[in-house]
Ligand binder design. Structure first.
Ligand SMILES: [Zn+2]
Length: 441
């Protein structure tokens, strides 16, 4: 019991860190979407690790399956969820079950969902009825990895776990789930949440590189639904806990959840209980009392794709068009930071072609992009592109962190065959976006 309390406290810190994990600030094709800026009372709920054909635990309501219970509750409230599903964990053997109440409850070397030894009761491969029901009822399905193997090592939490380790292995795992969803269900995935939010792979690439390869955006979360955490006081307390934080927040500020993404589980907590089965209705009741609509993550992104820009901003339309065209204009933490100084590295990335693929190729070859830009630098691909077009200064230094100016912009425009601006001095982010929009329209 004492152990579980200690675990709950430690777990709370861990999940806070995971939800709010420091995202390096660099422009990226892939954005970690934790919340979006909107004044509307809309919120998204995400459910990880399902589908789950095991009944809830404990099963007071006599539900056929945990996922079925979640779908029933969402339907009752007219809510649409986003299910971060796995493909199948039955290949994750040999393995041993760890002790309940520890991060290894579902397996020592790998995760097994919904439970150790019961892999066939989970996974999109094994549970077509649950997946078809999700889709038929208007929910969104997002990728959580075929085998739910962490991409890189995570010594602090999952020190004993096997990881995919390299870019190609992670891409192959996601492609496998992508193909399954397309082939079996006609569903094209566009969103991904890495298992346990582990981003760094051993080879120097990251989950952002992997998402870019698949054409995915990264689904983070900004609010903890609290259904994953075992409490020493037991099931009833865990159920109440799923509502208390949410209710307290909305009592203080009824608009506090506008545009946020809630993290929940379509599975069991570390004590093999599923408070979501009874907690979800409490959460949905609370949200609807405050007039919130629960929408999918893709629907949420239609209110605004970014965390710090909405329709009230003059550049909103331009930025949305550029994002839709696949241009890299926003930061990996899903902000655009219009007031911030534009750097040379950022300017190159906004205009470069195939920057992400070039970066991965540089990492694999171990070559630098410039004297001052190693392969793993966030802008190495863009700098490599610029070097190939003679856009870097003679000394071979790209100076990616220095402020961008019109001279560099005009050199880029000339290399692309676009007319120069003829202006001089520092370049603002807004000015660069306007020029980018005019030449890529
Ligand atoms: Zn997971």
């Amino acid at each position: 019991m004492t152990f579980l309390i200690g675990l709950a406290k430690r777990g709370k810190r861990i999940i806070k860190r995971l939800l709010k994990r420091y995202t390096k600030v660099y422009l990226s094709q892939v954005r970690r979407i934790e919340r979006v800026k909107t004044a509307e009372r809309v919120v998204a709920m995400t459910f990880d690790d399902g589908p789950c054909a095991e009944p809830p635990s404990p099963d007071a309501g006599g539900a056929a399956s945990l996922t079925g219970r979640i779908l029933d509750k969402l339907a009752e409230f007219g809510a649409r969820g986003t299910f971060n599903v796995v493909g199948d964990t039955s290949e994750n053997y040999p393995d041993e079950k760890g002790a309940d109440g520890t991060p290894y409850w579902s397996g020592t070397r790998f995760d097994h969902y919904p439970s150790f030894g019961a892999d066939a009761l989970g996974g999109a491969k094994n549970q077509p009825e649950l997946i078809r029901r999700m889709l038929a009822e208007g929910h969104e399905i997002s990728s959580h990895g075929y085998r739910h193997i962490i991409f890189g090592e995570s010594k602090s939490v999952y020190g004993k776990r096997e990881s995919l380790g390299a870019f190609d292995a992670a891409v192959a795992d996601l492609q496998r789930l992508h193909g399954l969803m397309e082939r079996e269900y006609g569903c094209t995935l566009t969103l991904h949440r890495p298992p346990h939010y582990v981003d760094k792979l051993a080879d120097g690439t990251t989950s952002y590189d992997v998402c870019e390869k698949l054409g995915y955006q990264y689904v983070g979360a900004s609010f903890d639904g609290c259904d994953w955490l075992p409490l020493a006081a037991g099931y009833e307390a865990e159920v109440r806990h799923t509502r208390s934080g949410l209710a307290a927040l909305l009592e203080r500020d009824p608009d506090a959840l506008c545009g946020q993404i809630i993290f929940s589980k379509d599975g069991f907590n570390m004590a093999h209980r599923s408070p979501v089965a009874d907690g979800l209705a409490l959460q949905l009741e609370t949200l609807s009392r405050y007039g919130y609509r629960v929408v999918t993550v893709t629907e949420l992104l239609r209110f605004s794709p970014l965390a710090d820009l909405d329709a009230s901003d003059a550049l909103f339309g331009t930025v949305c068009e550029l994002l839709n065209a696949g241009r890299t204009v926003a930061f990996a933490d899903n902000t655009i930071r219009l007031a911030q100084t534009l750097t040379r590295g950022e300017l190159l990335l906004m205009f470069a072609e195939d920057a992400a693929a070039r970066r991965v190729a540089l990492i694999k070859s171990g070559k630098r992009a410039a004297h001052d830009v190693p392969a793993t630098h966030p802008y190495s691909g863009a700098v490599g592109w610029a070097a190939g077009r003679g856009l870097l200064p003679r000394d071979g230094r790209a100076r990616p962190g220095k402020p961008a100016d019109y001279a560099l912009l005009d050199r880029i425009l000339a290399a692309r065959g676009n007319p120069p601006t003829g202006k001089s001095g520092r370049l603002s982010r807004a000015a660069a976006l306007t020029v980018l929009s005019s030449v890529t329209a």
